[in-house]
Design a protein around this ligand. Structure first.
Ligand code: EPU
Length: 417
C-alpha cells in the first residue's frame, strides 16, 4: 500500500506554487465532448483523477495527450456515449458526462454511481433537471440509460440545494439545447465560473456566473478553444494549513486568495498572520492555535473539502472548537484515525467537538478520502515522532506530488510505494 511517512516537528518555510483546480479541470475536460476538434487545457494538475477522466474521454473515442501541465483532447465527429462501471467506481465525477453526452448524442449510458467514501451522494437533482429538458432515464442492470428525442429543450430548473455537480450537468446540457435554460439556486463556486468562461469561449451564451441564477441561451454548435484552468483553492488552503500547524511561514503563489476568504479568516481567528495579494498569500502559523468554530457551507461559505485539514490543525488548539459539517454525512470517518494520534474529538450527528491537546503522537493511520489523507499528513507534521499515512492513493487523486512538494518546504517526509 503506498504510504507517506512524516517526521513531525519541523516548521515549514518557503514558497509553493499552486496548480490548476481539480474540480474545474475534470468538468472542463468533459466539456470538450460538446464540440468536435482539438481542445487544449493549460495549468492542468498531474493528479490521478485527471488520468481517470482522460480514460472516460478515451472510452468515448477521443484521443487525449498530456504535455507539461497541459492536455490536448481531440474529439471525433461521432462519440460513443458510454461510461462503464470501472471508471465510475474509480471516479464519481464521471457523472458530469451525462449532460454533454445527451446534448451531443441524444443518448448517454453511464454506470449508476453508488455511494462513496463521503456517503450516499445521490444524483436525483441532476436527473430531475435533465428530465425537465426532455430527457428520459431508465436504470438497466446498474446502467443509467438516458435518451432524448431530438434536441434537449430549454427549461427552468430550481435546485433544492446549490449542488455543484447538478449545476454543471445542466450547464453542459443547456448550452446546446433549444431555447433558454435557467438554473435557480445554482452553485456559485469559482470552478463553476471557470467552466462558464470556458463554455462561453467555445461559443455558448451563459450569463449569471457566480450568482444563484444562471441563464443559458442554447446555441446550435460550439467550437474548441484553449483555456487555462483556474488555480486550486483547496490545494492553496491545504498548504496554508500545513504551514500554520507547524508554526512556519509559507508563501503560496499562483493562487486566488479571494476564493479562500472564509478559510483564511478562520486561520486568522486562530492566531495566524495572513498577508495576501491578488495571486499570492502568506501564512505565518502561531506557536499554538486558538480554538475556532466553523460550519461548512456551499461557496462562499467554509468549504467542506477544507474541513478535515482544519480539524487536524484545531486538534492541537488551546481550547475547544465546535464544527458543523453540512454537506456530507460520512465526512467524519477520518476522526478515528486522528484519535489514534491522540486527538480528542467527539462526533454527534453533523457536529464535532474538538478538545485541543498539547501534542499529537505519530503512529500508523489510514487515509479514508482525499482530504482526510491530506489532513492526516498535516497532523503528522506537528506530531511527536513518525506518522505513516497508508492508502495515499486517495491523496494522489487530488494533490500533485504531495510528499515531494511538502519536502520542498522543509518537511521531513517521504513516500513509499
Ligand atoms: N446531493 C443530493 N442530490 C443530488 C446532488 C447532490 O442529495 O442530486 C447532495 C450531496 O449528497 C451532498 C450535497 O448535495 O450532500 C452537495 O453535493 P454537490 O452536488 O454539490 O457535490 P458534487 O458535485 O458531488 C463537488 C466536488 C466535491 C465537493 C462538492 C461540494 C467535484 C468532482 N467534486 O461534488 O469535491 O466536496 O462539490 O463542494 O467537483 C473533493 O474534491 O475532495 C470533493 C469531494
Amino acid at each position: 500500500m503506498p504510504t507517506i511517512v512524516v517526521e513531525g516537528g519541523h516548521a515549514l518555510s518557503g514558497n509553493i506554487r499552486v496548480r490548476g483546480a481539480k474540480n474545474a479541470v475534470l468538468k472542463e475536460m468533459v466539456a470538450a465532448l460538446l464540440a468536435p476538434g482539438r481542445h487544449r487545457l493549460t495549468n492542468v494538475p498531474r493528479i490521478l483523477d485527471v488520468d481517470l477522466m482522460a480514460d472516460v474521454l478515451r472510452h468515448t473515442g477521443c484521443t487525449v495527450e498530456f504535455g507539461d501541465h497541459e492536455l490536448v483532447t481531440v474529439v471525433p465527429d461521432e462519440v460513443l456515449p458510454v461510461t462503464p462501471i470501472e471508471l465510475v467506481r474509480k471516479m464519481r465525477a464521471s457523472i458530469v458526462a451525462l449532460g454533454p453526452l445527451l446534448a451531443r448524442c441524444g443518448e448517454a449510458r453511464i454506470a449508476m454511481p453508488g455511494g462513496d467514501d463521503l456517503g450516499a451522494r445521490p444524483i436525483e437533482w441532476h436527473l430531475d433537471g435533465l428530465e425537465r429538458m426532455g430527457a428520459e432515464f431508465e436504470l438497466v442492470h446498474g446502467e443509467l440509460v438516458g435518451r432524448v428525442d431530438g434536441r434537449l429543450k430549454g427549461a427552468e430548473v430550481e435546485l433544492p440545494f446549490p449542488s455543484v455537480g447538478a449545476t454543471e450537468n445542466l450547464l453542459l446540457a443547456g448550452v446546446l439545447a433549444e431555447g433558454r435554460t435557467t438554473v435557480v439556486n445554482a452553485a456559485r463556486e469559482p470552478e463553476i465560473c471557470d467552466l462558464i468562461d470556458l463554455l462561453n469561449a467555445m461559443g455558448a451564451r451563459i450569463t449569471g456566473a457566480g450568482t444563484a441564477l444562471v441563464t443559458i441561451e442554447g446555441v446550435e454548435s460550439l467550437h474548441p478553444v484553449e483555456h487555462e484552468v483556474i488555480p486550486d483553492r483547496l490545494e492553496a488552503g491545504t498548504y496554508a494549513v500545513a504551514a500554520a500547524i507547524t508554526g512556519g511561514e509559507v508563501t503560496v503563489t499562483d493562487c486566488h486568495p479571494a476564493h479562500l476568504r472564509m478559510e483564511l479568516r478562520k486561520l486568522e481567528d486562530s492566531g495566524c498572520e495572513v498577508e495576501r495579494g491578488e495571486d499570492w498569500l502568506r501564512v505565518g502559523g502561531p506557536e499554538r492555535p486558538a480554538a475556532v468554530d466553523f460550519a461548512t457551507l456551499p461557496y462562499p461559505g467554509f468549504h467542506t473539502d477544507m474541513h478535515p485539514q482544519m480539524v487536524a490543525y484545531l486538534s492541537v488548539a488551546d481550547g475547544v472548537s465546535v464544527i458543523t459539517e453540512n454537506l456530507y454525512d460520512a465526512r467524519f470517518r477520518y476522526v478515528g484515525e486522528l484519535a489514534r494520534m491522540g486527538a480528542e474529538i467527539s462526533v454527534e450527528g453533523p457536529h464535532a467537538v474538538i478538545r485541543g491537546v498539547e501534542q499529537l503522537q505519530g503512529c500508523p493511520v489510514l487515509a479514508t478520502d482525499i482530504r482526510a489523507g491530506a489532513a492526516l499528513v498535516i497532523a503528522g507534521l506537528r506530531a511527536e515522532g513518525v506518522t505513516e499515512v497508508g492508502d495515499v492513493t486517495h491523496i494522489d487523486r487530488g494533490y500533485e506530488d504531495f510528499a515531494r512538494r511538502l519536502a520542498s518546504l522543509g518537511a521531513v517526509v517521504e513516500r513509499r510505494d
